[in-house]
Structure formats: structure tokens, C-alpha cells
Design a protein around this ligand. Structure first.
Ligand code: GLN
Length: 485
């Protein structure tokens, strides 16, 4: 069962061949046996999962099933879960039990899905390797296949590793600068970052609010579509959520791709990209040509400024968002504070890890009087230029294709001492967040036994088209079916 997709498992449950309680128990057993190798979960909610599975079986018996009724899955530990600890990968929230559900959590609950627990992540979603987690690094299942310890990517490294290792068929994730697509690429699974505003941020712990977006990680594009069907939609509790009808994302998966206009941004096929990676990506694009697509080169002239703009804007927003962790209201509190200032400073010094502190310092500096115009305002202007690049490109083509990452999964510890090298990991993903457009990462081959991801970028609200393009590719390739040993 652990090799089946959500769509397949849903059919098994519908046919009555297996119950959700049996299925959930199988996945829980596997999770308990296998996860010591990966550390992909922070919390496993066995009792709750079995109770939910029982309720799901009753719902199905009563004829009230959705495609998700009784399906085991997991949430990234950034989504608040009522009554279940939500840590965001931080010591600051090590013992935080939210009194409410995120909208995304609530949507999956209403659909009848069975959450097995909360997946590991970089602290407050800041990172590209999952190594900044207070709960320890996650190990990439494909690296282990070669007997090596490699990163799963981040910040949704736990979700990507768990799906790759078949511990769950699907997991939620979030993407502020690449945190869905980059780990999906490094773990050989399929991930979707929707248009900014498509999925509610309510109850999703904030990192950089103008960039954060919830999305999907699963093995197939079809399962990504099933996830988005549940996740997407207007939410009055999120002021940046957009009021637009949600299509059935599975309905258009089989549209033919004949005539699809693909643009290859020349800035994303640069010297940063290893030749072996480039060959895999070009081979994937040739598959699309065989399916009837046309290909041309396009330009995103300001793409080279994306990392610099992001690493002003995201830390600036983070420094404001993270000011709420003050030891007074909830979360970690230092022992025996001498006075209020001591409470604030020691709580924050002890509760946050190194990378989070670095972001708060950079962000506070960039926003401070005298520097605001030079850094924050300038970065926002650059952001607008980057957005315009995408708007211009989509006048000429329907989708853009590129590698998701410059290289395959790197070794644990390889980049931890050099933050800038780590930031460059997101060189092909960050501009997409600054523009707010949707994008996917789809398995597209291997280099030295490690997965390579093809990034497919679309215009605003074109998720259905991206899923269609990814699904058609998965009908003629089997990269997404490969299993780490
Ligand atoms: N790696 C990027 C960062 O560290 C993006 C993280 C994310 O998308 N949450 O900020």
C-alpha cells in the first residue's frame, strides 16, 4: 500500500478492499519502523490518527466520502493543529499546543483525511537544508540509497523526505522562497507552490507574510491536484487571500499539450547550473516537444537581483513577525527573569537558533531609520521589476521551464558554515515568490543517483495548467515512480 498514490488509495478504500483503520495502522507501523533513519517527523499522533480513521470508515459507510476520506497524510509543523503541538522547528515553540486549527488543517479535517503527525522543517521555515531545525536534521532517502548522508532540502525537508520514503503518500508544505520546490526536487517528489493568495495563511506560522504560501508535496501531479482541491479557496480570516472560484484541479489533467508554448529563461541556464543537470532538464523539455509543445528562449533580465532583494524583504518581514515571541504570551520563557528587559532578551537569545537570529538582525537593520530607503524601499522597487519580467514573459509563452535547483542534494554539513552559499541554493526559485506566480517541481531524472527537479512556472492562477503539464509528463516518464532503496 505504501507505494500507492492518494488517488489509488482512495479507490482501494472506496472498493472496500481495505479500511482506513487498516491503512492508517500500516502507515503508522511503517513510520515507526523507518523514520529513525530520516527524522522526517517531529510529532506522531498515533491515537488521534486511529480515531480519525475510524470516523472516516463510518463516514464512508454512510456514503459521505470525499476523495480524502480515510487517507493518511501529514502536515508540515508550521500549520497550527488544534490540541496537537506545533513547533515550527523551533525551541521557542517546543511546547506550544495551538487552541485552534489553521484553515488548511481545518480543510483537510473536513475532507476526512487522517493526519499521522507533523513533519520536520527548518526553524521558522528559514533554510534550504532542514539543518536549522531544533529537532535535528533530516536525512535524504536518496542519499541513504548511496550510503551517504545528504540533505533533503528545506525548509519543508521533513514533508519531502517522508513522501519520498513512502511514510505518507502526501504532506502539506509552505514556500516563501523555494521551500516546497527545492526539497521536492532534492527528494525526487512532486511539489506545487500556488499563486500567492490562493491558499489561506490563517494559522500558518508567519515567516515573511508577503511571500509565504502553503502548498502540496506528493509523488504525482494528480495527487498535487487532489491536495490543491482541498487547500485552495478564499478565506475571510486571511486579508491577502483572494476571492476567486476554485476549479476542480483534477478535471483538466488530461488536456492534450499540443500547442503549449514553453519559454526557457536564459538566466536560469547559466554557469551556476552543472552540465549534467542541464542535460536532464533539456531532455525533459524534449519530452514536452514530443507531446506537441513549442519551445523558445525568453529573458527575465532582473532575475539576477532576486536573491539580494529577497534577503532584504524576507528578513525585514520576519523581524516584525517574530517580535511576537517575547516570553510573555506563549512559547518559550527563560528561567527567573530579573526584570522585563531580561525576560525579553534572554527568552529570545535562548529560544531562537542562529539562522533565525541572523534574519532578525538583518531585517531589523534594513528597516531602521536612515537605512529603510536604501535597503527595504529599494528591494521593494526591485521586486516590482522582477514581477514585471514575469508579466512580460507570459505575454509570449504559457509556461516557463527551468531547473529547480543548481545541483542535486548536497552533503549534510556542507553549507552550514556559509550562509551565502546556502542562500544561493534558491537562485532559481526565489524570483517566483517575489512575483507571486505559481510554480511546480517535477521529478525529471537523476545525476549520480540523486534526483533532479524540473521547475514549471505559470502565470497568476494557472495552477490547473501547471498540473496538467506535470501530469502529462508523468504519463510518458517514470521518474516520479522511482523508489529510494
Ligand atoms: N531558503 C529560503 C530561506 O531560507 C526559502 C525558505 C522558504 O521558502 N521558507 O529563506
Amino acid at each position: 500500500m505504501h507505494n500507492k498514490s492518494v488517488a489509488e488509495l482512495s479507490r482501494e478504500l472506496e472498493s472496500g478492499k481495505i479500511s482506513s483503520v487498516e491503512l492508517t495502522q500500516q502507515f503508522l507501523d511503517r513510520l515507526k519502523q523507518e523514520d529513525s533513519k530520516y527524522n522526517s517527523f517531529i510529532t506522531v499522533t498515533e491515537e488521534q490518527a486511529l480515531a480519525d480513521a475510524q470516523a472516516a470508515d463510518a463516514q464512508r459507510a454512510a456514503g459521505n466520502a470525499t476523495p480524502w476520506t480515510g487517507i493518511p497524510f501529514a502536515h508540515k509543523d508550521i500549520f497550527c493543529t488544534n490540541g496537537v503541538r506545533t513547533t515550527c522547528g523551533s525551541k521557542m515553540l517546543e511546547n506550544f499546543v495551538p487552541p485552534y486549527d489553521a484553515t488548511v488543517t481545518d480543510n483537510f479535517r473536513k475532507a476526512g483525511a487522517v493526519c499521522l503527525g507533523k513533519t520536520n522543517m527548518d526553524e521558522f521555515a528559514m533554510g534550504s537544508s532542514n539543518e536549522s531545525s531544533h529537532f535535528g536534521a533530516v536525512t535524504n532517502p536518496w542519499g541513504l540509497s548511496k550510503g551517504e548522508k545528504r540533505v533533503p532540502g528545506g525548509s519543508s525537508g521533513g514533508s519531502a523526505a517522508a513522501v519520498a520514503a513512502r511514510l505518507v503518500p502526501a504532506a502539506t508544505a509552505t514556500d516563501t522562497g523555494g521551500s516546497i520546490r527545492q526539497p521536492a526536487a532534492l527528494c525526487g517528489v512532486t511539489g506545487l507552490k500556488p499563486t500567492y493568495g490562493r491558499v489561506s495563511r490563517y494559522g500558518m506560522i508567519a515567516f515573511a507574510s508577503s511571500l509565504d504560501q502553503g502548498g502540496a508535496i506528493a509523488r504525482t501531479a494528480e495527487d498535487n491536484a487532489l491536495m490543491l482541491n482541498v487547500m485552495a479557496g478564499f478565506d475571510p480570516k486571511d486579508s491577502t487571500s483572494l476571492d476567486r472560484a476554485v476549479p476542480d484541479y483534477t478535471a483538466t489533467l488530461n488536456e492534450p499539450l499540443k500547442g503549449l508554448r514553453i519559454g526557457l529563461p536564459k538566466e536560469y541556464f547559466s554557469d551556476q547550473l552543472s552540465p549534467a543537470m542541464e542535460e536532464q532538464i533539456r531532455a525533459a523539455v524534449r519530452e514536452y516537444e514530443k507531446l506537441g509543445a513549442t519551445v523558445k528562449e525568453v529573458s527575465l533580465p532582473n532575475a539576477k537581483l532576486a536573491i539580494a532583494a529577497y534577503y532584504v524583504i524576507a528578513p525585514a518581514e520576519a523581524s516584525a513577525n517574530l517580535s511576537r515571541f517575547d516570553g510573555v504570551r506563549y512559547g518559550y520563557r527563560c528561567e527567573d527573569p530579573k526584570d522585563l528587559m531580561d525576560l525579553y532578551t534572554r527568552t529570545r537569545a535562548e529560544g531562537f537558533g542562529t539562522e533565525v537570529k541572523r534574519r532578525i538582525l538583518v531585517g531589523t537593520y534594513a528597516l531602521s531609520a536612515g537605512y529603510f530607503d536604501a535597503y527595504y524601499l529599494k528591494a521593494q522597487k526591485v521586486r516590482r521589476l522582477i514581477q514585471q519580467d514575469f508579466i512580460n514573459a507570459f505575454k509570449e509563452v504559457d509556461v516557463l521551464m527551468s531547473p529547480t535547483t543548481p545541483s542535486p542534494a548536497f552533503a549534510l554539513g556542507e553549507k552550514t558554515n556559509d550562509p551565502v552559499t546556502m542562500y544561493l541554493e534558491d537562485i532559481f526559485t526565489i524570483a517566483i515568490n517575489l512575483a507571486g506566480v505559481p510554480a511546480m517541481s517535477v521529478p525529471a531524472g537523476f545525476v549520480d543517483g540523486l534526483p533532479v527537479g524540473l521547475q514549471i512556472i505559470g502565470d497568476y492562477f494557472s495552477e490547473a495548467r501547471l498540473l496538467n503539464a506535470a501530469h502529462q509528463f508523468q504519463q510518458v516518464t517514470d521518474w516520479h515512480q522511482r523508489e529510494p532503496q
